[in-house]
Design a protein around this ligand. Structure first.
Ligand SMILES: [Fe+2]
Ligand SMILES: [Fe+2]
Length: 471
């Protein structure tokens, strides 16, 4: 079960050959996927890329590293190993055997959850498609393309579930996943953050740090699902996802490192003229990406999500490590809210506040990266620090959608907001400066002016390894 079958047209560890109907259906979808990849995937022509490919879902040695032409990447279907006698860990079916099929009463909800998750995967490939043209190094270019092929594989993961368990409707939804496009007016991606542009590499690093991390938390709740194939798919996707967040964490860190270096060298905060990104601009990008990612968690309270939990469709972050009854019938939580026009907290049932619970786990995790970036500033002997803005800042979804606050969470009138927001969110001038630095560096071992080289290469290779052969 664990070793992927690469002899097959569609690599998989789900014994696809034993289900001819499903195999044929997916073989019909496969060329459509490749057509989408050619039309909407990375635009920079490459001969081959040093990529990792999943070969087994075991703890050790799950990936093979090699130079591969991107179009020949073996996108496939990999589920974490099936746990014998897995039991449902929460909700009203707690203690029952996990489901191997979709119960009729939850069919529509499960399909919706899978479609929403699935929609984000190709969306990010579309958002990032032009970044290769301005890669700061071959190392970074390789990381971008690695993230892209894996998001493509995550689409495969969700499409497998739709085809295998949701009949004709599932197949139609799988087609729609290739039909909607990021930023399209007629047929946009489902979630707001996935229709935003990723126009430069600072945005890319912020996206992989903050927005991929939202993905981690969503996958973490689906990994607990009573629907076992979904749980197993998500638990393997999480392994791939951690590299994406590493790209974001280390990417922003290297940007901060380079800026700090130049600030020291020239003894000035005003570093725009020296070919790097000023700290206030980095903070603005952080503010933007953090706040749009918070919106992805939905409203502070949600009846739907409470129902999903009770039904067993979606658990909490680290469900099994929680020390409570895993049903939450009598529990409560304080959620952020507007009370008489002020930012405050109100007590609601824990089921109703599950989005808040997940968002808080996410925010605490985001803070770790900020601490690390601040460590770079501290060791450069600089007094400046980066910080996460207040949960109410720049929100378009949830309790604070109707108000504006400063990054400290001070409520602002509409006119104060209009006057001040350029201090907190990237302006056209900031973006133009960042864009002006985005010139490609494709020479081995060389790197752009605005970012420090990584401390380690990929898979034990040095930084100056030929990670990508351009076409
Ligand atoms: Fe993903
Ligand atoms: Fe990702």
């Amino acid at each position: 079960m664990t070793t992927a079958d690469y002899v097959e047209k569609i690599p998989n560890n789900v014994s696809l050959r034993e289900d001819r109907r499903l195999q044929r259906a997916l073989e019909v979808w496969q060329p459509n996927f490749l057509t989408w990849w050619d039309a909407m995937g990375p635009t920079l022509p490459t001969r081959d890329v040093y990529l990792r490919t999943a070969i087994s879902v075991d703890r050790d040695g799950w990936a093979l590293f090699d130079h591969v032409p991107m179009r020949d990447y073996r996108w496939g279907i990999f589920l974490a190993e099936r746990e014998a006698d897995r039991r449902i860990a929460f909700g009203q079916h707690k203690g029952d055997p996990a489901w191997q099929q979709v119960p009729g009463e939850y069919r529509a909800s499960l399909q919706r959850l899978i479609v929403i998750q699935g929609d984000t995967e190709p969306a990010s490939v579309e958002q990032q498609r032009n970044l290769g043209a301005t890669a700061p190094s071959l190392y970074d270019l390789r990381n971008l393309l690695q993230v892209n092929v894996e998001e493509g594989r995550h689409l495969w993961a969700m499409v497998y579930l739709l085809h295998a368990f949701f009949g004709r409707e599932g197949r139609e939804e799988a087609e729609m996943l290739l039909h909607r496009h990021s930023g399209s007016l007629e047929s946009p991606r489902i979630l707001g953050a996935f229709n935003e542009e990723t126009p430069d590499w600072l945005s890319f690093f912020m996206f992989t740090y903050f927005t991929d991390r939202d993905g981690k938390y969503q996958l973490g709740t689906l990994k607990e699902s009573a629907f076992d194939p979904l749980a197993r798919t998500c638990s393997f996707m999480l392994k791939e996802e951690s590299h994406h967040m590493f790209v974001g964490l280390s990417g922003v860190e290297r940007v901060v490192e380079r800026t700090a270096q130049v600030m020291r060298e020239h003894d000035t905060d005003n570093v725009s003229a020296h070919g790097v990104i000023p700290l206030p601009t980095i903070q603005k990008y952080l503010n933007f990406h953090f706040s749009v990612s918070l919106d992805l968690f939905g409203g502070e309270t949600s009846t739907n999500v409470g129902n999903y939990f009770t039904a067993g469709l979606k658990g909490r972050w680290a469900e099994e490590r929680r020390k409570d009854d895993h049903q939450l019938n009598d529990a409560s939580i304080l959620v952020d809210a507007l009370v008489d026009g002020d930012i405050a907290q109100t007590e609601v049932s824990a089921l109703l506040g599950l989005n808040t619970d997940l968002r808080r786990a996410y925010i605490a995790d985001c803070q770790n990266g900020v601490d690390r970036w601040n460590g770079v500033l501290a060791s450069a002997g600089l007094p400046q620090r980066l910080s996460l803005p207040h949960v109410a800042f720049n929100r378009k979804v949830g309790a604070f959608a109707s108000v504006e606050t400063s990054p400290d969470g001070i409520m602002l009138s509409a006119s104060d907001w209009t006057q001040s927001k350029d201090q907190w969110l990237p302006t056209e001038v900031d973006k133009a400066h960042v864009r002006s630095l985005m010139r490609p560096v494709y020479e081995r071992g060389k790197i752009a002016s605005w970012i420090a080289p990584p401390h380690n290469g990929i898979n034990g290779k040095p930084f100056d390894y030929e990670y990508v052969h351009l076409a």
